[in-house]
Design a protein around this ligand. Sequence first.
Ligand code: NAD
Ligand code: MG
Length: 400
Amino acid sequence: MPDLTPVLARRITVLGSTGSIGVSTLDVIGYARKFYGAEVLPVEALTAHSNVKELAAQARKIKPRFAVIGDSDRYAELKAALAGTGIEAAAGRKAVIEAAAHPSDTVMVAIMGAAALEPALAAVARGTTVALANKECVVAAGSVFCRALALSKSDVIPVDSEHNAIFQVFRAADHDEVEKVTLTASGGPFRDWTLERMRSATPAEAVAHPNWSMGAKISVDSATLMNKGLELIEAHFLFALPAEKLDVVVHPQSIVHCLVSYADGSTLAHLSAPDMRTPIAHALAWPRRISSPSRKLDLPQVAQLTFQAPDHERFRCLKLALECLRRGGVSPTVLNAANEIAVEAFLQGRIGFLDIPRVVETTLDECPDANVEAESLEGVLAADERARVLARAVCRRMMV
Ligand code: NAD
Ligand code: MG
């Protein structure tokens, strides 16, 4: 048995603990405490955006040193909910960033959207290990994020299942010998739908993912295949892979998470049951492995693994993301910001499902300086904000 003592003593911060990834992270920690001992994987901080009730319930159970609510109006509510526990309460956007900057061994970045960018950079700046579930911050800030990483001692362990898989498979060989990296996509709930049927798809239908249980935003991204487009850009930055070496294949069973092909004709794949607790446990314990509550792979039960090419015409978001990947500049920042606005509008019933790629495309077209690179975080944040303003106006024009 390897000595897991140093791994199990790691202090963990969970940013976005009330979301789908956050809850799965606490499940992995809770399981480890039952399996290895109540004192393992101590938690430094939990943060959430607005759900005080859930955050306080988590804090009472997992016993962090402090809990942070992003909405500053809810400080008193959080403080009251934690009365008598000894857990410190804090509130506001700055306090979320401070939680990331506060000493701990691993920061799980499970906040949704580009809102994770500044907290993620705060964790990177202090050189800690970053378990990175959030992809929007890499897409939005690309080279600025990579430069910050290069200047810090941080290890980033991707949690997004495909990138976690690539991270694991890459370790088996030399980066330069890689000819192609293929990300798999389930195809989402509308994989076989006609465009006509997609036109009237409802938010409830879009978030009903066949294989994964996830937050609403990423579920819609999976239905449009924007998720895979964002992931191509994420892979480009995290693994320094040019667009020509990146590919997507639709694999409805979500068992194979990546395929890495080498010059000699070999292709190495990573397989697991579709359960985010596997990459979460991997990221928390890296470079060791710990027991996790994840569903384990049962191949006879899976029976069939099938693959097909993605349809770029029905899933225009994938095409748009690929164009931005090739185009560079702040076009991925604009793509991501416009998509966040469009998905929110769709979830609120203000635009239709097929309006999502239209909003993104129109915003990209109307953005005068999307080809220009942002040299600093301020430049990225300004491009992100400009794109949001534009995208909101485009949504208003399209409102049903
Ligand atoms: P979610 O919507 O379920 O949870 C988001 C969490 O972030 C919540 O705790 C929420 O309180 C917090 N949050 C939201 N907005 C915030 C803000 N402005 N400031 C601070 N905190 C905020 O999302 P999720 O499905 O858990 O996804 C989280 C991230 O992980 C996303 O970037 C997503 O793309 C990525 N991811 C998720 C999955 C999955 O299976 N859910 C898989 C791969 C990658
Ligand atoms: Mg993924």
